[in-house]
Design a protein around this ligand. Structure first.
Ligand SMILES: Cc1ncc(COP(=O)(O)O)c(C=O)c1O
Length: 521
């Protein structure tokens, strides 16, 4: 029966079909001659995949055929440079000194001539590979050069074609149901500004609408950081969640104490994120109960927390906190509670967004009855910010959500080029397919080395896959010596965060190295 297991390559209605491709008319699938939809026997996935044009036909002579390890890492040249660098900056977080001029495609290079397959991708933030030729071309246009040397204060002096830049780029990728954007500068900034929008939205609602003015008492107390002007409101986040390290976001980040220690924080509520047990099909009832308990806790906290909860912020997969997943039903439950309680739902897609889960936005996996109120983005988008739809999320007066740059046109233009390339090469659908291939092979590896690949997770979630290993840090270290740059998260998770140009042939190299490493542990 296992031999008859089939893989559904999804057509227009799901999978990659829910990518930006479905929002713009572009005959990308036809140009790649993807037979959709089609049922492919599991065993023939590899040969089916091989029949698709490899990305190297779009990017000839782009990347090496495999990794090269010439020295230990860091090697002698890197060590010298790091010692010099350490004289001027703290290098203790340094993972690998990188020569970006020699890095290409899925491969990251160092000054000692080592070239590693990179499935960590600058903490999940490189979308289309190093030195992507199409992006290099986009970076050399007059539009880009002007953006670099004439960086505008967008809120005051937006470029004359800003609406067009947004519509043809950032907004083209807007999640279904959301048609506005506030641009920001990084993931933390995206979340932080989304929280501020939520607070202002809430106070405006309580006051009776946008035309009701602030009281003199509110204005005066705000200057003293006191209520009622500094509103005693809160954002609910989840234990082991991560939303950034700026002041506001840090109060909602609950992944590791080292991120928070010594920093003043808001007294805001946290709910338990369900801890699922794997394999999912063997623990269905127990997992459903854990999710229901978490939802009940959210509901109770919203009802009872002394500082009224304005918004719930959640990651589709808690990434930094250990790649913790929950089911679509859990997120639908969250949408239901937040709607019922008049609280906003902010979906933090900073790490999950832009295709890695096999859908353009990870929350597309949930089939929500109504869209999230805000969706934040950064990382692989290169641009950052939050999407929304409700006009009440624009503050009632100008300058309430404002800073000098308010994003960056250069990054917006780059995101537009990234989106065009994702469309042209159908990369979201490819990622869904490569992810299925990789997951199936990892299942095989987990069956052979059960103690080494525990709690394999991310099935059907593109390449957004993880597993736990009891000697995780040693695994990561040894992988490097065999030509693989791979990341960890949480206490013991190994997380796979390859780029959208990661193909089956790269997966084979990854699997080969992983097998060698786990055998040696
Ligand atoms: C889910 C999530 N939100 C927010 C952030 C913060 O983004 P940044 O580091 O760009 O501020 C991160 C960073 O890893 C993240 O993974």
């Amino acid at each position: 029966m296992a031999a008859l297991k089939t893989l559904l390559l999804r057509g227009g209605g799901g999978g990659g079909g829910s990518s930006i491709a479905s929002r713009v008319s572009r005959p990308h699938a036809a140009s790649l001659r993807l037979p959709v939809p089609v049922l492919v026997p599991l065993e023939s996935r590899r040969s089916f995949s091989a029949s698709l044009p490899s990305l190297s036909s779009f990017y000839p002579n782009w990347e090496p055929n495999g990794p090269t390890v010439k020295t230990e890492i860091p090697g002698p040249k890197s060590r010298d440079i790091i010692a010099d660098l350490d004289k001027v900056v703290d290098t203790r977080s340094l993972n690998m000194l990188t020569d970006y001029s020699k890095s290409s495609g899925n491969y990251i290079a160092d000054p000692d001539g080592n070239v590693l397959l990179d499935v960590y991708s600058q903490i999940a933030s490189i979308p289309l590979g190093y030195n992507n030729p199409v992006l290099r071309k986009a970076a050399a246009t007059d539009e880009m050069i002007s953006g670099i040397i004439n960086r505008p204060a967008i809120g005051n002096f937006p470029p004359h074609d800003w609406a067009e830049t947004l519509r043809s780029g950032i907004l083209k990728a807007a999640p279904k149901g959301l048609n506005q954007v506030f641009t920001a500068m990084a993931g933390s900034d995206a979340n932080e500004t989304a929280y501020k929008a939520a607070f202002m939205w809430r106070r405006q609602r309580d006051r009776g609408g946008p035309d009701v003015d602030f009281t003199p008492e509110e204005l005066a107390s705000a200057m003293d950081n006191k209520a009622p002007g500094s509103a005693p409101l809160s954002i609910l986040s989840f234990r082991t969640g991560f939303h950034g390290r700026l002041f506001g976001t840090l109060s909602t980040t609950r992944s590791k104490p080292i991120h928070k220690i010594d920093i003043p924080a808001f007294d805001w509520p946290q709910a338990t994120f369900p801890k699922l047990r794997y394999p999912l099909d063997e623990h269905a009832a127990e997992n459903a109960a854990a999710e229901q308990a978490a939802l009940d806790e959210v509901d109770r906290l919203i009802a009872t927390f002394p500082q009224p909860v304005c918004a719930v912020v959640v990651e589709p997969v808690q990434a930094e906190g250990g790649d913790n997943h929950a089911s679509p039903a859990f997120f639908r439950g969250l949408r239901d509670i937040t709607k019922r309680r008049g609280v906003l739902l902010i979906v933090d897609e900073v790490q999950t967004g832009v295709g890695a889960t096999g859908r353009f936005w990870a929350h597309e996996h949930w089939d929500l009855p109504s869209p999230p109120d805000m969706v934040t983005f950064s990382k692989k988008a290169q641009a950052a910010g939050f999407y929304y739809a409700d006009a009440a999320l624009r503050p009632n007066k100008p300058y309430r959500q404002f800073n000098t740059w308010m994003g960056d046109p250069v990054r917006a233009v780059l995101f537009r080029a990234i989106l065009d390339e994702i469309d042209r090469l159908d990369l979201v659908r490819r990622t869904a397919r490569v992810g299925d291939y990789l997951y199936a092979r990892l299942e095989g590896l987990a069956a052979r080395y059960p103690g080494q690949l525990q709690n394999l997770r991310g099935k059907g979630m593109g390449t957004f896959i993880a597993f736990d290993n009891p000697r995780r840090d040693e695994l990561l270290r040894r992988a490097k010596t065999l030509g693989l740059n791979i990341g960890g998260c949480g206490e013991s998770a190994v997380r796979l965060r390859p780029m959208l140009v990661f193909e089956e042939k790269h997966a084979d190299i990854l699997l080969d190295v992983l097998e060698k490493v786990v055998k040696s542990l």
